[in-house]
Design a protein around this ligand. Structure first.
Ligand code: SF4
Length: 59
């Protein structure tokens, strides 16, 4: 049984993340952390979901 709860406030299309609903483009966490890997972020490509963890496909 899938016990994940969809968080309608966090839209996310990263299906490989273990917290993604999979069937819907939403996160299942109650909150996430967003950060950057750049010293001077200037576009959305510069920022990342720091709550990401790779799901079953990474095992
Ligand atoms: S933890 Fe981040 S990457 Fe993973 S589903 Fe939630 S918002 Fe998406």
């Amino acid at each position: 049984m899938n016990s994940m709860m969809k968080n309608s406030n966090i839209h996310c299309t990263v299906k490989k993340c273990k917290y993604n609903m999979g069937t819907e483009n939403y996160c299942s966490l109650s909150e996430i952390t967003v950060g950057t890997h750049e010293s001077n972020p200037t576009s959305c490509e510069c920022v990342d979901c720091k709550s990401f963890e790779c799901g079953d496909s990474c095992k």
